[in-house]
Design a protein around this ligand. Structure first.
Ligand SMILES: Cc1cc2nc3c(=O)[nH]c(=O)nc-3n(C[C@H](O)[C@H](O)[C@H](O)COP(=O)(O)OP(=O)(O)OC[C@H]3O[C@@H](n4cnc5c(N)ncnc54)[C@H](O)[C@@H]3O)c2cc1C
Length: 302
């Protein structure tokens, strides 16, 4: 089958790879270069904060943990590291706990926290990983065209279209439930951290995700944000919060700051409508869910 995949972020490229591996002739149509997508800004921690529907996201997360763990054997920027989600109040048992074989609850945590969940999971250095993924897609014979579509009908000569356009996916599907949730991160030089950490109950969720050369520190959740110009005051605040959470970052050099717009939707959309498969609205977990969703897209393509 000839398949046009609209979207060249982590979701579109992973779908394209799985579809090409299944024997289809695939073209990716993407308005942006991969280094300018939201995907390239992500912290790369594999777990699905707040995404729904829970049962499907649990399965997609398990698929992601499995595939990224396998890929961590290649030298493409993936490491499996332990870490903790810190809580200041009793937290429900994570619905995706089954995806993390070594997940345990910890009650012996310093103030102001009262409990944590600890587990090991892949952390993905997005610049390196997207570079590898783009190469894998090209090697599988997928063509990539850079243009912005006003409608899915503009995908010419395809038997099937996959709408994996992230934040743009809603407009292309006539779906008004997708909205941007901005996130700013700061990259600090990595002093050799061996664990990731997320303070889920801070006034603003704060996280530190080490990748060897740099640490991705965040974050912000700015509903309805339009632009991706970083705010220097927000960057300073992120550095302050990250150093308070991980004192080893005290002297770490600031390397840069970036903003991405998460494609938030009440639920991830993955379904088939005639000759269109929709796969968008992955919010703050598109990297995590990318392999599980791509497997399902390939199955729906038949
Ligand atoms: C600060 C921050 C931290 C994050 N951290 C994590 C994390 O630790 N773990 C995790 O799993 N996720 C994380 N995320 C979320 C993750 O980045 C997103 O869920 C993911 O990137 C969505 O991927 P996507 O391919 O759907 O969208 P995108 O990467 O936005 O790609 C969309 C693609 O569609 C194309 N497109 C859009 N509209 C059109 C159109 N009309 N015509 C043609 N092309 C179009 C774009 O050009 C682009 O190629 C984070 C996000 C942010 C902002």
């Amino acid at each position: 089958m000839r398949i046009g995949v609209v979207g060249g972020g982590v979701v579109g490229l992973t779908c394209a790879l799985r579809l090409a591996e299944a024997g289809h002739t695939v073209t990716v149509l993407s308005a942006d270069r991969v280094g300018d997508t939201t995907s390239s800004v992500a912290g790369g921690l594999i777990y699905p904060p707040g995404t729904r529907p829970e049962d499907r996201c649990a399965g997609w997360t398990a698929a992601g943990v499995g595939e990224f763990t396998r890929l961590s054997e290649k030298d493409i920027g993936i490491r499996v590291l332990p870490g903790r989600l810190l809580h200041r109040a009793p937290a429900p048992w994570p619905y995706w706990a089954g995806a993390m074989p070594d997940l345990v609850r910890e009650d012996d945590v310093p103030e102001p926290w009262t409990n944590a969940v600890r587990f090991s999971t892949p952390v993905v250095h997005l610049a390196r990983y997207l570079d590898w993924l783009s190469g894998a897609v090209a090697e599988a014979g997928v063509a990539v065209e850079h243009r912005r579509l006003a409608s899915l009908a503009e995908v010419a000569g395809a038997d099937l279209v996959v709408n994996a356009a992230g934040l743009g996916g809603g407009a292309l599907a006539g779906d008004s439930t997708v909205e941007p949730v901005g996130g700013q991160v700061v990259h600090l030089a990595d002093p050799g951290l061996t664990e990731w950490v997320v303070d889920e109950d801070a006034d603003v969720v704060t996280y530190v995700i080490p990748h060897g050369g740099h640490v991705v520190c965040g974050g912000t959740e700015e509903r309805g944000r339009a632009g991706t110009e970083p705010d220097p005051e927000v960057a300073e605040d992120i550095v302050r919060r990250s150093r308070a959470l991980v004192p080893e970052l005290a002297g770490a050099e600031v390397l840069g700051t970036r903003v991405g717009l998460r494609p938030w939707r009440p639920e991830v959309r993955l379904d088939r409508e005639g000759d269109v498969i929709h796969c968008y609205g992955h919010g703050g977990a598109g990297v995590t869910l990318s392999w599980g969703c791509a497997d399902e897209v390939a199955a729906l393509a038949g």
